[in-house]
Design a protein around this ligand. Structure first.
Ligand code: PEP
Length: 257
């Protein structure tokens, strides 16, 4: 059975002084403050802005919470003003990252090729890479969802050396930050397609791959999403900013069969 993952994405929100109180409230609401074994049953991860990484890691890692970057550069060093490298992150004890979030693709020119390069570099460096992808509303309405997913994932599959340390996050663009989640049936249909695609490239190891759903997941819809066979967790934006909401999603992950 695949261990569920609840991954928060703070995007460009919060400041260092918010961090201690956030994790105090979160760990007390989900039970982690009293029962550390929770983190062995569900992977809990927060992807936070670079300047918050150190504070989050210091506060959260003793609780078994993983802390991730929201983006990385594929090169280890050099003339790339404004970028953050994998060795810089390792140096402060961060070994996980999002890659290819739709906001990176939409606003910062991330392409399927750059996502593939970054994923390969992250994997080589031993990082957990959460690779994000998904179709726009126009593409869904044109019946192109599966073709778009294949176009997004094929370069990643060509670049990686297997599925170790890879988590996929299916995030339909029309569901991100809109309050309109995919239905559990829509999400399952995409996840099943993604697993089959992965199996056709990597064989049986696709059965251990975690595929997260992202897009307006919240405490009300997450239990239904978790009834589906190929939904192994969630990548959560808005609700991850509120300790009571994300903690209740951790509880729902623990309750899921
Ligand atoms: C996200 O940022 O990856 C996301 C899914 O956001 P939201 O949960 O707010 O839709």
């Amino acid at each position: 059975m695949r261990k569920k993952m609840i991954a928060g994405n703070w995007k460009m929100n919060k400041v260092v002084s918010d961090v201690p109180e956030f994790f105090r409230a979160f760990s007390s609401a989900c039970g982690l403050a009293k029962d550390r074994s929770i983190s062995a049953k569900v992977d809990i991860l927060f992807a936070v802005p670079s300047v918050l990484l150190d504070a989050c890691r210091t506060t959260a890692s003793g609780m078994g919470i993983h802390v991730a970057a929201q983006n990385i550069h594929q090169e280890t060093s050099g003339a790339f003003t404004g970028e953050v490298s994998l060795p810089m992150l390792s140096d402060i004890g961060v070994n996980a990252t999002l890659i290819g979030h739709s906001e990176r693709r939409q606003f910062f020119g991330e392409t399927n090729q750059s996502v593939a390069l970054k994923t390969a570099s992250a994997q080589k460096a031993g990082f957990l890479a959460i690779v994000c992808f998904g179709e726009t509303l126009e593409q869904r309405n044109a019946g192109q969802t599966e073709a778009v997913i294949k176009d997004q994932l094929d370069p990643v599959f060509d670049a990686i050396s297997g599925l170790n340390n890879i988590v996929l996050a299916y995030e339909p663009v029309w569901a991100i930050g809109t309050g309109v989640s995919a239905t559990s049936a829509q999400a399952q249909s995409a996840h099943e397609y993604i697993r089959n695609l992965t199996r056709s490239r990597f064989g049986g190891s696709a059965d251990s791959l975690r595929i997260l759903y992202g897009g307006s997941a919240n405490p009300k819809n997450i239990a239904e999403l978790f009834t589906k066979a190929d939904i192994d967790g969630a990548l959560i934006g808005g609700a991850s900013l509120k300790p009571d909401e994300i903690s209740s999603m951790v509880v729902k992950a623990l309750e899921a069969k």
